[in-house]
Design a protein around this ligand. Structure first.
Ligand code: S3P
Length: 428
């Protein structure tokens, strides 16, 4: 599907951001293995989280929808699936479910779509094998064949800061048949939604700096209200900062400190955002964010510990950097090449087409921003490479281009944010 976007005047009003994808996945997974019934409210309507629901239905969890955002789950013992489990486009589903399945007493197969079947799975296979798991793959990629067996705890130092790998190992360590304790150490803190939800549901888990320790535990079902997704809010935050005259409020945004790298960067770049009405929802921090057009954005350097705290926001940060005065440098982000597509080369190639002065680096990119007066030409057709975050980043860029931008494959936004365009239009 080709979507055309053109320049708009300003964005005003108030929106509520839809549910966090990471938290929605974990809510279904943990409620399905917890004892008892859970009600999950404000569940994500993105296709990825629905892949997780389908997988757990196949594994025997009783899941029913009260409405499109409310789920009832009766969890407990999961069972051998009759058919391969299809994770669709969702890396989170494939990697976290593998951790749950490795210690079961049955065999299972997990498959994914074309894009997911190209993504690296060695990062989870290696630690799971150290725990005693029996997994085979197609040269480190899906399909994954998991012959569930008894696992044992390990002390693992992860070579990359990945919440998916961390969660996979913690979920394997959590299994009540796993022998001993699992220690997981990461180089920089990655998102900790699994740890917070496990704690909320009564697991024996503790974190000390970059080390998390989990013991085999029984989870007790509890209702979970899913917070709004800061990664989805990021598109709106950037739009507000770069579209002249904008001033609006984004409600219900998760501000877990392991996810707020984008907010810190915006402050460093002199962007005008205000965090209001801070509160806690189901163990997570939430707030509303007021965004105003910011005429004097400055460039900055993004690297090291910043990266896992804003990994999914880097495409939209590139759009923001085009409006900042000076050179924005993103480094230590090599793993961006292993996302839904190679987000470094695809992002750079497509943004160059609309006049962004951006260059590819081995582990990131450099944007030479021209400040608020800089004009982006537009007048090009951009490809999305089956990547929802590229599609939405290009749409926001299109709002400030001189001429129309056509986005080919815009429908990929349905992976995480089906009502994205509707929400943009509500602010125009
Ligand atoms: C996610 C973790 C991140 C992120 C992905 C969701 C999660 O991946 O990019 O969109 O829910 O744990 P990595 O952990 O592989 O960096």
């Amino acid at each position: 599907m080709i979507k055309t976007v053109s320049k708009i005047k300003n964005l005003k009003g108030e929106i509520t951001i839809p549910a966090d994808k990471s938290v929605s996945h974990r809510a279904v997974m943990l409620a399905s293995i917890a004892g008892g019934c859970s009600r999950i409210t404000n569940f994500s309507d993105g296709a990825d989280c629905h892949s997780t629901v389908k997988v757990f239905k196949q594994l025997g969890a009783e899941i029913s929808f009260v409405d499109n955002k409310t789920l009832l789950i009766k969890g407990g013992q999961i069972m051998k699936p009759k058919e391969p489990l299809d994770a669709g486009n969702s890396g989170t589903t494939m990697r976290l479910v593998s951790g749950i399945l490795a210690g079961q007493d049955f065999e299972s197969i997990i498959i994914g779509d074309e894009s997911l079947s190209k993504r690296p799975m060695k990062r989870i296979i290696e630690p799971l094998k150290l725990m005693g798991a029996d997994i085979s793959s197609m040269d480190g990629k899906a399909p994954l064949y998991i012959r569930g067996c008894g696992l044992h705890g390990i002390e693992y130092e992860a070579p990359i800061a990945s919440a998916q790998v961390k969660s996979c190992v913690l979920l394997a360590g959590l299994n009540r048949s796993t022998k001993g304790v699992t220690h997981y150490k990461e180089i920089y803190p990655s998102r900790n939604h699994t740890e917070l939800m496990l704690e909320y549901l009564g697991a024996n888990i503790k974190t000390d700096g970059t080390i998390t320790i989990v013991e085999p535990s029984r989870l007790q079902a509890k209702d979970i209200d899913v917070i709004g997704d800061i990664s989805s809010a990021a598109f709106f935050i950037v739009a507000g900062l770069i579209v002249e005259g904008s001033d609006f409020v984004i409600k219900n945004v998760g501000i877990n400190p392991t996810r707020t790298g984008i907010l810190d960067i915006i402050k460093r770049m002199n962007g005008n955002i205000q965090i209001i009405n801070e509160r806690k929802v189901s163990g997570e921090d939430v707030a509303d964010i007021r965004v105003k057009y910011s005429e004097e954005l400055k460039s900055c350097e993004i690297s090291g510990a910043d990266i896992p705290r804003l990994i999914d926001e880097l495409p939209i940060i590139a759009v923001l950097a085009s409006r900042a005065e000076g050179e924005t440098i993103v480094k230590d982000a090599h793993d961006l090449r292993n996302k839904e597509t190679d987000r470094i080369s695809c992002l750079v190639k497509e943004l160059q087409k609309i006049g962004v002065d951006i260059f590819e680096q081995k582990d990131g990119f450099v944007v030479h921003g021209g400040g608020a007066k800089c004009k982006l030409s537009g007048d090009a057709e951009l490809q999305t490479y089956h990547d929802h975050r590229l599609a939405m980043s290009f749409y926001i860029a299109g709002l400030i281009c001189e001429k129309e931008v056509a986005i080919n494959g815009f429908e990929w936004i349905n992976i995480s944010f089906p009502n994205f365009e509707q929400l943009v239009e509500s602010l125009i």
